[in-house]
Design a protein around this ligand. Structure first.
Ligand code: UD1
Ligand code: UDP
Length: 377
């Protein structure tokens, strides 16, 4: 039996971890013992608790309850908490997801005491070190022992950064193994779309004639000009189309602190922009599956749009998911009013027809569990 310690903290990590936990429970229960640590980076009920209940994730044995703070303070509290748990639990490996501050904290705490790191979603790069996520993932990758990239582009980034393609039988942080595993979130979307349909049918209070939008990236929320340009574009599009916007708490906070009451009132009075609280993953998957077009700056939502064959307008300067832009199923609009409006209209008029397989076959979790079992015993 190999004991792994899984670190989660932010919403997408809780969702991602459910794919591996489910596979461990269904197929590797005799071989892998998983202990979950929640850093408490996200803490609102609809950013955390709702996913545990709905996605059937084991309750975290530890909750570090770090809450929100500056990057340094938040990460420092997490490092301290995770190190204590590592000493107490003595796992054979730590599993880290994605690129949040919780990922970085886990990487620092584990690498310094020589606990092998399994990094899921390795190799992704925006090539923009102004993004906290770019810093987090580069640092984590370079101290990891097993690196699982969801895409060929991610795998190739690792090779370019000097990782060897040699497969070691007993990999270490000095001799890591890199893999193109496919994306565990594809496993999840396939699994939970079915569950969402069983639970809700195709019933959705928003119907199926709407555009889905999410915004939370700090480059958009913390810059008034960019945030205003995005909301101006949404207001313009809403003259013809209905928009559903589950609002991230960060965006809500910034919107209400940066904009004057006249602007906010016109937004609130707009019947075609439905601003709602963050929704559960089943509800989100259903919304994504029914939307005509998805507008987002989220990493996860871009991929889910692709899995559900929805064109995606990306509110960023670049994306780590370069393949979906190359295949023209998604387009970069940044925070540019005209690009956003034009790209949305273009996708409504000419929806893409083909969504080539880029992210594997929906069996990434099983592949990852096998490698953990075989390489880290
Ligand atoms: C974090 C990740 C980002 C990820 C996102 C997923 C980092 C650096 N960023 O960004 O990569 O895409 O999570 O959603 O790790 N807040 C609440 N309630 C909560 C959580 C947050 O109100 O439950 C508010 C707080 O005001 C907080 C702000 O949101 O200061 C930002 O939260 P934080 O976790 O620092 O960053 P995110 O923007 O959520
Ligand atoms: N998501 C959700 N409810 C919402 C918004 C997003 O369940 O109201 C899910 C979404 O389907 C995806 C994940 O949260 O699986 C993405 O998280 P987020 O956009 O916060 O972060 P990112 O992927 O950009 O790191």
């Amino acid at each position: 039996m190999i004991k792994i310690l899984t670190i989660i903290g932010a919403r997408p990590q809780i969702i991602k971890a459910s794919a591996l936990s489910r596979k461990i429970r269904d197929k590797f229960a005799e071989e892998i013992d998983e202990v979950i640590v929640h850093t408490g980076q996200h803490y609102d009920n609809n950013m955390s608790e709702v996913f545990f209940n709905e996605l059937n994730i084991p309750s975290p044995k530890y909750n570090l309850a770090v809450g929100s703070d500056s990057h340094a303070k938040q990460t420092a509290k997490m490092i301290d908490g995770i190190e204590r748990v590592l000493f107490q639990e003595e796992p054979q490996a730590i599993v880290l997801y994605g690129d949040t501050n919780s990922t970085l904290a886990g990487a620092i705490a584990a690498s310094k005491i020589h606990i092998p790191i399994v990094h899921i979603e390795a190799g992704l790069r925006s090539f923009d070190k102004r993004m906290p996520e770019e810093i987090n993932r580069i640092m984590c990758d370079h101290v990891s022992t097993l690196l699982f990239s969801p895409t060929t582009a991610g795998y190739n980034n690792l090779v370019r950064e000097g990782f060897s393609i040699e497969q070691h039988l007993q990999p270490t942080a000095n001799k890591p193994n890199i893999y193109h595993s496919g994306d565990i979130m594809l496993d999840n979307t396939l699994f939970f779309l079915q569950k969402a349909k069983e639970k809700y049918g195709n019933l959705n209070t928003h119907g199926d004639n709407f555009i889905l939008c999410t915004i939370h990236r700090n480059t958009n929320t913390d810059n008034k000009d960019r945030l205003q340009s995005i909301f101006n574009a949404l207001m313009y599009i809403s003259q013809k189309e209905k928009i559903v916007l589950p609002l991230h708490p960060r965006t809500k906070k910034m919107l209400y602190s940066m904009f004057d009451s006249v602007y906010l009132k016109s937004l609130e009075a707009n019947d075609n922009i439905d601003i709602i609280e963050p929704v559960s993953f089943l509800q989100m998957t259903l919304l994504e599956s029914l939307a005509k077009v998805i507008i987002t700056d989220s990493g996860g939502v871009q991929k889910e749009a692709y899995y559900l064959e929805k064109p995606c307008v990306i509110l960023r300067e670049q994306t780590e998911w370069v393949e979906i832009v190359e295949s023209k199923n998604a387009a970069i609009a940044d925070a540019d009013f005209e690009k956003i409006v034009f790209t949305v209209q273009n996708y409504i008029n000419n929806p893409p027809k083909n969504y080539p397989k880029i992210f594997g076959d929906g069996n990434a979790s099983e592949f990852i569990c096998n490698e953990i079992k075989n390489k880290l015993h």
